[in-house]
Design a protein around this ligand. Structure first.
Ligand SMILES: [Zn+2]
Length: 499
């Protein structure tokens, strides 16, 4: 349905346009309110008795690339209430449209507020100029402050961490609602007493995720004795991987030997070999389960009952006879390889053609076997010999060995399998807290055991401070945009408002 655009539709709700003129670069629109009466701010009584009129100039949203000034023909009313101290009052408008004393309409204030939140004072002011919204830097900051921080629903699961006002000099505390994924407050320092005071005011909190330093643990224990504390999994993993990285560095010589001896480029594997390789991974998983049970003291009989594997298989696993990458299986092509190599060297590289000629020699394998062999040869020639032999850095190896198998590429999986095969000690050192104590990462593990309850919670519960870390990143970004003007209330208003 089409409607004619009335001029009054362009100005804030409740006003009608009396006239509009262009005054140089600015559009001046004279408006009045449609209501007959207004309520006295002193006593609330509505009055229709007009005393006088006056003009109020306010900034409104720009129109057609020009700044707009509204000239509001406002009224003064007599208050008729006998006991009211005011005899005359000025017309009040809906606060959501035009607040008393405001120099901007509410819809301009809204835009200004969000510009301030998103960009900070000075950048927002220059951007506002381009939007034909003339506001100063100070005005922007004032609007952001005045609108203040939105109140937050009482949190149940919080993350608490410190963040740097200035690195190595001054720190604050950030508290996030982990369920709602929002920052809810910034505290001016990282003193346990400050955190304790804030936490005591939120007795409904049942889970506190915090770092492994002592300060927040103490604060949370005092303020919320019944809450579960969760050690920061992020720092936990970081510390663990650092300890593990050291272990990998110490073993680099053996790792080089292991990889150098068994580099398998999976792009050179045939489809059949890949299936074998995946089978290998599955077997390794089953092996690990069997070995784990044996380590826990289960008898062979019991393992057979629990896993459903045969007795012979379980025995082989326990004797370490079931962990080679590829089962030795002779390819049907094997006897013909010398002939194929010679043909290849002579420049006969068409797989189908080679297969036809092989068949005449009595080869019974399928066409695919030969074409895959040819493809592999072609790729091997293309691949840079150096890239096949390149040894990843200790950091890369540590990462490969600690992330989930599912996320590894084939070549990474092959590398990891080669290392694990040759360096069982390193497999032990992989940061599994329970197993770690006896191996290379012992010093890290000892620290973990001191904080055992919170560490177990970190493993058992889905809450972690990883999210808080994310919020700190956001905070740093906001802080950087504010240049030197990062006062806590402003920082908080921008961070929380921007959520
Ligand atoms: Zn009154």
């Amino acid at each position: 349905m089409q409607q004619t655009l009335r001029p009054s539709a362009l100005v804030p709700r409740g006003f009608v346009v009396e006239s509009a003129v262009c005054d140089g670069a600015t559009t001046l629109i004279t408006v009045r309110h449609t209501s007959k009466a207004s309520a006295c701010p002193g006593c609330g009584t509505s009055s229709e008795r007009i005393h006088s009129r006056y003009l109020r100039r306010v900034t409104d949203l720009p129109m057609a690339g020009r700044p707009v000034r509204l000239v509001v023909v406002a009224r003064r009313f007599h208050c008729g209430a006998v006991l009211c101290g005011r005899r005359i009052f000025t017309e009040r408008f809906d606060g959501g449209v035009l607040a008393p004393w405001a120099r901007r309409t509410a819809r301009v204030d809204y835009v200004v507020h969000h510009l301030g939140l998103a960009l900070g004072g000075r950048p927002a002011a220059s951007f506002a100029q381009r939007l034909m919204l003339p506001v100063s830097n100070d005005t922007l900051l004032r609007v952001v402050r005045r609108r203040g921080r939105p109140s937050f629903p009482p949190p149940t699961v919080v993350g608490i961490d410190d963040w740097a006002w200035r690195r190595n000099q001054r720190y604050g505390t950030i508290i996030c609602d982990l369920e709602r994924r929002k920052t809810i407050t910034l505290l001016p320092d990282r003193e346990p007493a400050t955190a304790q005071a804030w936490l005591s005011g939120q007795p409904q909190i049942s889970v506190v995720a915090r770092d492994r330093g002592g300060g927040y643990a103490l604060a949370a224990a005092r303020a919320l004795p019944n809450a579960t504390q969760v050690a920061d999994r992020w720092h936990l993993m970081e510390n663990a991987s650092r300890a593990f990285l050291d272990a990998v560095r110490k073993s680099m010589r053996q790792i080089r030997a292991a990889i150098g001896a068994t580099t398998i480029n999976p792009s050179l594997l045939t489809a059949a070999e890949r299936i074998q390789y995946e089978g290998y991974l599955r077997r390794e998983e089953a092996n690990a389960a069997v070995l784990g049970m044996a380590k826990d003291g289960a008898s062979i009989k019991e393992i057979v009952r629990r896993t459903g594997h045969s007795r012979g298989l379980v025995r082989n696993v326990l004797r370490g006879r079931r962990s080679d990458v590829f089962r030795a299986r002779e390819s049907s092509l094997e006897p013909h390889l010398p002939w194929l190599d010679a043909q290849w060297a002579a420049g006969h590289r068409n797989g189908a053609e080679l297969w036809r000629r092989l068949k005449m020699q009595g080869f019974r394998g399928s066409l695919r076997v030969v074409t895959e062999w040819a493809t592999r040869r072609r790729q091997a020639e293309k691949a840079d010999a150096q890239s096949l032999q390149r040894i990843p850095s200790a950091r890369t190896i540590a990462r490969l060995m600690t992330i989930s198998r599912d996320t590894l590429s084939k070549s990474e999986t092959v590398t990891v399998a080669a290392i694990e095969h040759r360096l069982p000690l390193l497999v032990e050192a992989r940061p599994w807290i329970e197993r770690a104590r006896a191996s290379l990462v012992a010093s890290f593990a000892t620290g973990v055991i001191k904080d055992k309850a919170a560490v177990s919670a970190a493993i058992a519960l889905r809450w972690s401070n990883g999210q808080t870390e994310g919020q700190i990143t956001k905070l740093k970004l906001v802080k950087r945009q504010m240049y030197g003007r990062g006062k806590l209330d402003l920082l908080q208003a921008r961070l929380l408002g921007a959520n």
